[in-house]
Design a protein around this ligand. Structure first.
Ligand code: HEC
Ligand code: HEC
Ligand code: HEC
Ligand code: HEC
Ligand code: HEC
Length: 197
């Protein structure tokens, strides 16, 4: 943890305390509007295309992002996964040769990270996937993207709008409240400590 993180932890600790005392939960997202990286789409070391792999060839997301159901984090696949196919597919391509070189030298490809929450936010992928929230609900039409971009704002207000039922997809509501016709309740908890531990 670096200094600014621990500063933020303190800031949040104090705020969480104050807000709990005053019972003003809902106002926080409005009082602390935050910057968003929506649309962020950095150039990658190899022009890997989701449109081609996940779209045209319909390779399942979990084939590569295999941790997403098991873990807090979704992983980006290692070169071994690419080599399952590219040890024989398109070996004349200079990009594929770059992948093979990384594989032979046992070096990772340095993909540039796109989605990144601050360290003081707790976001468990598996809890969302287990309730049937589709990857595309949060990440947009990845299978149509030549180059991945950040589709959602990933701000606190964005998280809360779904947890409070405002933007929750119908099929997710049905998974959280099976058999209930018109659930008035909350979809997911929204106490500060749910996401800030
Ligand atoms: C053949 C492997 C493969 C498949 C299949 C695949 N991905 Fe990826 N994905 C990657 C690689 C490699 C990266 C890192 C490079 C990049 O960002 O394009 C990545 C990056 C991402 C990112 C951005 C990660 C970040 O840095 O924030 C998201 C989100 C994502 N994939 C979602 C999906 C979804 C949703 C699907 C299914 C529709 C999918 N992927 C299918 C290999 C794959
Ligand atoms: C399930 C098989 C499969 C896997 C796994 C796979 N690919 Fe591919 N990839 C393909 C196919 C099929 C093509 C299209 C080949 C063609 O155009 O003839 C392709 C094409 C490509 C191309 C375009 C090459 C060019 O010069 O046209 C790149 C770059 C690429 N893949 C990168 C990756 C990376 C990086 C990974 C690992 C994250 C990966 N692939 C995993 C099947 C796969
Ligand atoms: C409820 C919204 C939501 C859903 C559903 C979701 N993601 Fe994510 N995803 C995020 C957020 C938020 C981040 C940034 C996480 C962080 O920085 O800790 C992220 C980050 C990622 C990353 C970058 C690595 C990481 O864990 O930070 C990948 C890859 C990814 N998601 C793939 C997927 C795939 C594949 C699916 C579907 C199986 C999926 N996501 C479903 C919101 C979501
Ligand atoms: C599209 C809807 C949606 C979005 C967007 C979303 N969530 Fe969730 N979240 C859910 C659902 C559904 C659950 C599961 C509730 C359950 O298990 O009953 C959940 C559960 C959680 C949990 C586990 C709560 C517990 O029971 O302990 C955490 C933590 C969480 N979300 C954090 C986040 C954060 C942080 C963000 C934003 C970066 C976010 N969520 C965005 C729908 C969403
Ligand atoms: C559903 C998840 C979730 C809940 C519940 C939640 N937050 Fe957050 N919070 C986030 C996310 C994601 C961020 C980072 C993105 C941003 O700044 O909007 C954040 C950022 C913050 C920040 C930093 C803002 C900034 O400008 O840097 C503060 C302070 C904060 N939250 C306080 C609270 C308090 C107090 C509560 C309880 C009333 C709360 N949060 C409840 C998800 C949540």
């Amino acid at each position: 943890m670096n200094r600014s993180d621990s500063g933020r932890f303190k800031k949040i600790g104090i705020l969480v305390g104050v807000v709990l005392l005053l019972g003003l939960g809902g106002a926080v997202a409005a009082v602390f509007p935050s910057a968003s990286n929506e649309g962020y789409s950095p150039e990658q070391p190899i022009p890997y295309s989701h449109k081609l792999h996940a779209g045209t060839y319909k390779i399942q997301c979990q084939y590569c992002h295999s941790d997403v159901e098991k873990s807090k984090h979704a992983n980006v696949p290692s070169v071994n996964v690419c080599m399952n196919c590219h040890s024989i597919v398109k070996t004349d391509s200079p990009y594929i040769q770059k992948i093979k070189k990384a594989y032979d030298e046992n070096k990772p490809i340095e993909w540039v990270r796109i989605h990144e929450l601050p360290d003081f936010v707790y976001f468990p992928h598996k809890r969302h996937v287990a309730k049937g929230v589709a990857c595309q609900t949060c990440h947009g039409p990845i299978q149509e993207m030549e180059r991945v971009y950040q589709y959602s704002p990933l701000t606190m207000g964005w998280c809360l709008d779904c947890h409070r039922g405002k933007t929750t997809p119908k099929e997710v509501v049905a998974r959280v409240y099976p058999g209930v016709k018109d659930p008035k309740g909350l979809i997911a908890p929204h106490q500060c400590t749910t996401c800030h531990q």
